[in-house]
Design a protein around this ligand. Structure first.
Ligand SMILES: [Zn+2]
Length: 280
């Protein structure tokens, strides 16, 4: 049976060669050397969402939107929310304020021109807004975004703001931040928002974690994943570091069916509907 609280389903629309885990071996100038799979994988997701009548938020990478405008228009046409994942998948922590501004503006302008619609949401690559770059929220507010979902209040080697708020909140910069959900146990928070952990855990465990979050926190849950996570046939990057390969390739063949169960067991909507966020 589905719970009554509506939760947010989100997809970061990028390809397997864009991910931060592989950035040490694949530079942006080499992206063109790989055969993209994002179009086909995202269309599989659209079919799956249509089957269960679920609307989702798609955080689209500008690089993908430039190459697959028809895909982005199709997502939009089917009633999903389009939001920005920046242009070139560079972490906010590795950019100057001006570079960050230019990257986000480029993706936002491109998507808005393509769709004739205003974007209100943004997600930083690898949850890269944190202690040292709060100015990123000022930039997002300046660019007209109403919300961001760019922080993960956990301790992790690549990201994390463990002592920042765990639930959606209004920032002083004039933007709502929707952190990725965490499980709190014995004073410590662990990630339960999706991605690699969703692939790693047996589905029953994920279901338990989501239910316990909903019961304990009385907050909507939000889930994120990527189109490449349902693509078991993607080429294997054998020269990538072992830890990156483990994180990227674990249980790819099981994710589609797990996702289907997740869609059935809980009720889902877009970020802007679940958190009731209007354009500014
Ligand atoms: Zn990403």
């Amino acid at each position: 049976m589905r719970d009554t609280v509506l939760n947010a389903m989100t997809v970061d629309v990028e390809d397997f060669f864009h991910v931060s885990a592989f950035e040490s071996i694949i530079k942006p100038e080499q992206w063109k050397d790989y055969q993209p799979r994002v179009d086909v994988n995202t269309r599989r997701l659209l079919d799956l969402f249509a089957q269960y009548n679920i609307k989702s938020t798609f955080f689209v990478l500008g690089w993908v939107a430039e190459r697959y405008p028809e895909l982005i228009k199709e997502i939009h046409k089917q009633g999903h929310e389009i939001a920005s994942h920046g242009y070139a998948h560079r972490r906010a922590t590795e950019q100057t304020r001006q570079e960050f501004y230019d990257d986000v503006l480029r993706s936002k302008t491109h998507l808005e021109d393509l769709l004739g619609d205003k974007l209100i949401g943004y997600r930083a690559p690898s949850f890269s807004i944190g202690y040292n770059n709060e100015w990123a929220f000022e930039v997002l507010a300046e660019l007209g975004f109403a919300y961001s979902s760019s922080t993960y209040p956990v301790k992790h080697d690549l990201y994390g703001t463990p002592d920042w708020p765990r639930f959606a909140y209004q920032r002083k910069e004039g933007i709502v931040e929707i952190p990725i959900p965490t499980h709190r146990f014995l004073g410590r928070q662990t990630p339960i928002g999706g991605g690699g952990y969703f692939r790693l855990y047996p589905y029953a465990f994920t279901k338990y974690l989501v239910n316990s979050y909903l019961e304990k926190e009385k907050q909507p849950y939000s889930f994120y994943f990527h189109p490449w996570e349902i693509d078991a046939e993607q080429p294997r990057l054998t020269h990538a570091p072992l830890k990156s390969r483990f994180r990227h390739y674990i249980n790819l063949d099981k994710t589609y069916s797990k996702l289907e169960k997740l869609l059935q067991d809980f009720s889902w909507g877009t970020m802007k509907d679940v958190y009731n966020i209007a354009a500014k």
